[in-house]
Design a protein around this ligand. Sequence first.
Ligand SMILES: Cc1cc2nc3c(=O)[nH]c(=O)nc-3n(C[C@H](O)[C@H](O)[C@H](O)COP(=O)(O)O)c2cc1C
Length: 152
Amino acid sequence: MKYFIYFSETGNGDVVADYLKEKDFQIIKIEMKKRLAKSFFFKMMQGGFLASIHAKSKINDLDLNLNMDDEVVIGSPIWNARLASPINTILKKYEFVRPSFVLYSGSGTAKHALKYLDKNFHESKVIILKEPKKYEEELNKLSLLENENGQN
Ligand SMILES: Cc1cc2nc3c(=O)[nH]c(=O)nc-3n(C[C@H](O)[C@H](O)[C@H](O)COP(=O)(O)O)c2cc1C
C-alpha cells in the first residue's frame, strides 16, 4: 500500500493529497488538537515559533497500521524554514522506514527542514513544491516519487 500522511494549514497540502489520491495513495490527514490562530499574522507568529523550537504539537489519533513494505510519503508545509510542528510529532511517534517527503513552501525553499532531513533521513527522497495551490505545474515534480519500474 502507498500512504500520503500529511498536514495542511492553508490548503496546499490538500492539493498534493488530491493529486496522489489519483495515483492510488491512501490519504491520511493530520489534524492539530489545538488549531493555529485564524488571523494570518498570529498564524505566522505561532507556527513559526512552534517550528523554531521543534515543537511536537498534539494531534488527533491516526488510523495507521503500516506494514514493512508499505510506501510512505510525508507531506509538510514549511514553517520558518522548518517542518511543521505536527509533522515533528509523527516523526517522533512512528518509525517510518525510509519515507519520502513532499514539502510545500511559499518560496520553494526549506533551508532548515532540508538540513534536518539530511541528518535524520538521509536516504529519503525530498521534493519541495512552491505553493501548489497557486502553481499547479509544481505537481509535476511529484513524478520523482515514482520507483525504478516507473510505477508510483
Ligand atoms: C506559520 C507559517 C510559517 C511559514 N514559514 C514559511 C517559510 O519560512 N518559508 C516559506 O517559503 N514559506 C513559509 N510559509 C508559507 C507556507 O509554507 C506555504 O504557504 C505552504 O504552501 C503552506 O502549506 P499548507 O497550505 O498546506 O498549509 C509559512 C506559512 C505559515 C502558516
